[in-house]
Write a protein that binds this ligand. Structure first.
Ligand code: SAM
Length: 319
């Protein structure tokens, strides 16, 4: 394929991803489309984009319009389903809330840092392959489900403390064809919401969704998990929760699995430099160093590429 056609295909794909992930129209790459159309001699690109958003080529039946009108007349739903396409051709489908804060939590939507961390993980899958992963403040599960689908972890422990978030997270884990360790042995995979099938796939990760509150979790509980890698996305946003997060990170960096402390990666959007500096200062106080992890090369998901997202690898100074 010539470079121009390849570029056009990529742009079309970005529109498709944005559409499936329910992004706001303003977040679509309109400027690039305009530029491309101006320099393009035919309208094939536009046609491609339109076709990706129209699942039917013929006029829809009147009955479909009736059903749509019924749905629109019903009370406006506060949740929606979004799909995030993975490079494998598979996707992560999540039930998310429409509002960024609902039920008193920020955990019911997918934040940009979660998408960034998932992209980085997919490109660095060796870090996760055949290892036990703990995710702090998982929210509704984008990063973890993407890792379970693409990085072949041995076990994945999602965690959060908010009961509505945990409920939605468990629903999303099911929605993506996984079952939780607590529900059955890990040899069972769910094919659809109500249909369970025994499968021979013994490689699938053991998945847990744990209630884990940074304020009350103990050192013993953390070390029992025997994790190799710890990750978290967008958990550095509120100075008030920083000290409890730091204490969990301190306990985790002092724990050992097969004689080694876990690798810890934290991704976050720097919204307020003061909050970021407070996090760094508090890490320093408990003897944890950090290094900025170089950004990955492939942008897979649509999010604000200009937002200031940082990924830190934490380094226990005692090592
Ligand atoms: C901004 S959301 C990020 C969610 C998800 N990681 C993402 O990036 O889309 C912050 C998450 O941290 C969780 N959280 C906040 N304080 C917590 C605590 N003390 N213990 C455990 N989780 C906490 C919230 O419930 C929420 O799910």
């Amino acid at each position: 394929m010539d470079p121009a056609a390849e570029e056009a295909r990529h742009l079309g794909l970005r529109f498709q991803r944005g559409f499936l992930a329910g992004r706001r129209l303003s977040a679509f790459p309109w400027a690039e489309l305009e530029k491309k159309l101006k320099s393009s001699s035919d309208a094939l690109l536009l046609l491609d984009i339109l076709q990706k958003h129209e699942s039917i080529a013929t006029e829809p039946l009147d009955e479909l319009y009736d059903v749509l009108a019924d749905i629109l007349n019903k009370e406006e739903s506060t949740t929606c389903y979004k799909s995030y396409l993975l490079p494998t051709g598979d996707s992560v489908t999540l039930s998310e809330t429409v509002a960024i804060i609902s039920q008193g939590t920020t955990g019911l939507v997918t934040w940009d840092a979660a998408l960034y961390l998932a992209e980085w993980a997919i490109e660095n899958s060796a870090i996760f392959s055949n290892r036990t992963i703990l995710e702090l403040g998982s929210g509704i599960g984008l990063t973890g489900i993407a890792i379970c689908k693409t990085c072949n972890p041995k076990a994945y422990v999602f965690s959060d403390y908010h009961h509505c978030v945990l409920e939605q997270l468990r629903e999303n884990i099911h929605l993506n064809g996984f079952v939780l360790e607590s529900e059955t042995g890990n040899h069972t995979k769910m094919q659809s919401q109500n249909q369970r099938t025994e499968v021979m796939d013994l490689q699938g990760p053991k998945i847990t969704a744990a209630e884990l509150d940074w304020d009350s979790v103990t050192k013993e509980q953390l070390s029992q998990l025997q994790v190799d890698v710890v990750i978290a996305a967008d958990v550095v946003y509120d100075p008030q929760i920083t000290s409890s997060l730091i204490s969990v990170l301190q306990q985790l960096s002092a724990s050992k699995t097969a004689g080694k402390p876990p690798e810890i990666y934290i991704a976050f959007t720097v919204r307020n430099p003061d909050t970021y500096h407070l996090f760094q200062t508090e890490l320093g106080k408990v003897g944890i160093g950090w290094q900025v992890v170089p950004t990955h090369t492939k942008n897979l998901f649509l999010y604000d590429l200009h937002s200031n997202i940082t990924l830190l690898k934490l380094l226990a100074k005692t090592l």
